[in-house]
Design a protein around this ligand. Structure first.
Ligand SMILES: O=C(O)CCC(=O)C(=O)O
Ligand SMILES: [Fe+2]
Length: 334
C-alpha cells in the first residue's frame, strides 16, 4: 500500500492484491436479499408492555432492530455525519497525525481492522475514539475540523442516554429488574468507530468489514442515509439492512448474549462496499467496565451456558484474533 490509509486522495482503478479475498470468501453480492423485516421499533410508544414485548421479539429472533422517534434530533445526526465526512476529506498529512495501528490507543485513525495481524485487508478507514468520561478523552480528539469536538461530544452524550434507555428495556424484556444490566456492566465505557468506506474499484472481491460480531454489550449504529452497505446473517443468508430515514440500527453484542445466557444472540454482520459512492457509518459501542464480571442470568433453574468472565479478559481475547474466526464467545462456554 502506498499510504497508510485508503482515504489518501489516491484513486484506485484496480483493487490492490492484498485486499482480494479468496474465491471461497467473497461477498456474493448477487445473492444478498433486501431485509424488509428487521423490526423498526417506535420508542415513543407509551404502552410499556408492548414496547418491551417488541424489543424482546427483536432481540430473540433477530439480535438486530432499528429505532425511530428515539429522541435524538435529525439535526444532531446530520451534524455527526457531516463531521465524519469532513474529517475523512481532510488533507492526508492532517489525518496522519492521528494514525496508529495499536488497538490499545484511546484515539486513533486506522484502516482495515487489525493491520498488524491480518493477511487480507478490508476496504475501510476508521477513526476510533473512547468517549467516556468525555472530559478525559475529548482534549485528545482531532482539533480539525474545528467543530469536531463539540459536535461529536454532544452526539456521544445523546447516544449514551439512548443506550441506557435501551438497556433498561432489554433488562425488562429478559424479566430482570430495569437496572439489572446497568448494574452488572458497571461504569460503562463508550467507544465510537467512525467508519469511512471509499468507493472501491472491485467491490465483489473484498469487504468493508468482513463478518463479525461486536464484542461489546450494545451497538447503536448511525448509517449513511443514502448509501447501503450493512448486511446481517439471518436464516443462513446475508440480508441488506437498507437505511431507514431517521433510524438507528441497534444490535446485541457478545456481552448481552452472555448475560442473557444465550437467549439473545449477537448476530454476525458485515459491511460491503460499492464502486460509485463513499459510505460513512458511525458505530457507538457501550461496553462493560473492564472489571465488570459478566454472569449469565439463568432462568428457571437452567444452567449457565457460559462461564463467568471479566470484560477485560474477553476484550483481550477478541483483539488477539482475526475478525473472521469463529464466534469469540465459543471460547467462554462451560
Ligand atoms: O458500517 C457498518 O454498517 C457496520 C459497522 C460495524 O459493524 C462496526 O463498526 O462494528
Ligand atoms: Fe459491527
Amino acid at each position: 500500500m502506498e499510504t497508510k490509509v485508503l482515504s489518501s486522495g489516491v484513486e484506485y482503478s484496480n483493487l490492490p492484491a492484498n485486499y482480494i479475498r479468496p474465491v471461497s470468501d467473497r461477498p456474493n453480492l448477487a445473492e444478498v436479499t433486501d431485509c424488509d423485516d428487521i423490526p423498526v421499533i417506535d420508542l415513543s410508544c407509551t404502552d410499556r408492555t408492548e414496547l418491551v414485548r417488541r424489543i424482546q421479539h427483536a432481540c430473540r429472533v433477530f439480535g438486530f432492530f432499528q429505532v425511530i422517534n428515539h429522541g435524538i434530533t435529525g439535526g444532531s445526526t446530520e451534524e455527526m455525519l457531516k463531521m465524519a465526512r469532513e474529517f475523512f476529506h481532510l488533507p492526508l498529512d492532517e489525518k496522519l497525525k492521528y494514525y496508529s495501528d495499536d488497538p490499545t490507543k484511546t484515539m486513533r485513525l486506522s484502516t482495515s481492522f487489525n493491520v498488524k495481524k491480518e493477511t487480507v485487508h478490508n476496504w475501510r478507514d476508521y477513526l476510533r475514539l473512547h468517549c467516556h468520561p468525555l472530559d478525559k478523552f475529548v482534549p485528545d480528539w482531532p482539533s480539525t475540523p474545528p467543530s469536531f469536538k463539540d459536535v461529536v461530544s454532544t452526539y456521544c452524550t445523546e447516544v449514551r442516554e439512548l443506550g441506557f434507555r435501551l438497556l433498561k428495556a432489554i433488562s425488562e424484556s429478559l424479566e430482570l429488574e430495569g437496572d439489572y444490566i446497568e448494574k452488572m456492566l458497571g461504569d460503562q465505557e463508550q467507544h465510537m468507530a467512525i467508519n469511512y468506506y471509499p468507493p472501491c474499484p472491485q467491490p465483489d472481491l473484498t469487504y468493508g468489514l468482513p463478518a463479525h460480531t461486536d464484542p461489546n454489550a450494545l451497538t447503536i449504529l448511525l448509517q449513511d442515509g443514502e448509501v447501503a452497505g450493512l448486511q446481517v446473517f439471518k436464516d443462513e443468508k446475508w440480508m441488506a439492512v437498507n437505511p431507514h430515514p431517521g433510524a438507528f440500527v441497534v444490535n446485541i453484542g457478545d456481552q448481552l448474549q452472555a448475560l442473557s445466557n444465550g437467549r439473545y444472540k449477537s448476530i454476525r454482520h458485515r459491511a460491503v462496499v460499492n464502486s460509485g459512492k463513499e459510505r460513512i457509518s458511525v458505530a457507538s459501542f457501550l461496553c462493560p467496565s473492564n472489571e465488570a464480571t459478566i454472569i449469565p442470568a439463568t432462568q428457571n433453574g437452567s444452567s449457565a451456558v457460559y462461564r463467568n468472565f471479566t470484560y477485560q479478559e474477553y476484550y483481550k481475547k477478541f483483539w488477539s484474533r482475526n475478525l473472521d474466526q469463529e464466534h469469540c464467545l465459543e471460547l467462554f462456554k462451560n
